[in-house]
Design a binder for this molecule. Sequence first.
Ligand code: FES
Length: 282
Amino acid sequence: MRVLAKLENARWLDRIGDAVRRAVLATVGKGRVGETLHGQPIGHPAHPAIVQFPVGAWMSAAMLDLLPGTEHAATALLVAGTAGTLPAVVTGAADFGTLSREQRRVALVHAAANTAAVGLFTASIVARLRGDHRRGRALSFAGVGVAGAGAYLGGHLAFAQAAGVNHAAAALPRVPLEWSAVDSVDSFTDGKVGTRAFGDTTVLVYRENGRFSVMVAECAHRGGPLADGRTIDVDGQTCVQCPWHGSVFALADGHAVHGPAGSDQVLLRTRVRDGLLEAARP
Ligand code: FES
């Protein structure tokens, strides 16, 4: 953990990280393409799911390498797994463009380890195709070790540094579980956004034609203050734009219209009782 803490604070990596981020945003990491690669259509980052294919194929090949008479099957799995890194690389690159500086430092080493692993697996395939299965197995086992280190850093990014996490969902435990009053219905104006303290957090309330949407005011991307965002019109939908990195959410249903947020904004349950707007955790 001390090594990881040093890595998170390794400012000397920022020049490389910033240059890679600029390159990513100029190519795959921006606009609709970037949002799709980031996983917005499926509601969370696609990269962690996609990497299961190459990792699974490599691990399976390593298991076969422990058994006699499985050389061809192991080689086929290595070829499939190594070819399957392309979507993993592209989705990972799109995610890179949405990370904080501290996260980018870890992500750089994560990517470097995985690149080294791909090199080792490629060398293993070449050795096997030349008939040198002994050398091929040794290179594969080295690749599994290096890919394991890369996977460990990926886990650190997701679980310790909360990269790709829905920060609005993380705020939900601070919202009352039972129906609780937000404010009087009359205190909200149709077509206007309001904010209220609710439970142990702040919620953003939008009223349209007498219907209410209530969402946690912390942005799903990295917890930015949505209440300070401006309202904009996107294709006829009234949306709020996060002041930190520009994610846009439809106020009627919390849908993430534009990233970098890969998750929708969580809506609370709402009802009106005796002139009061009430809300509860979904
Ligand atoms: S915190 Fe990044 S877009 Fe809201």
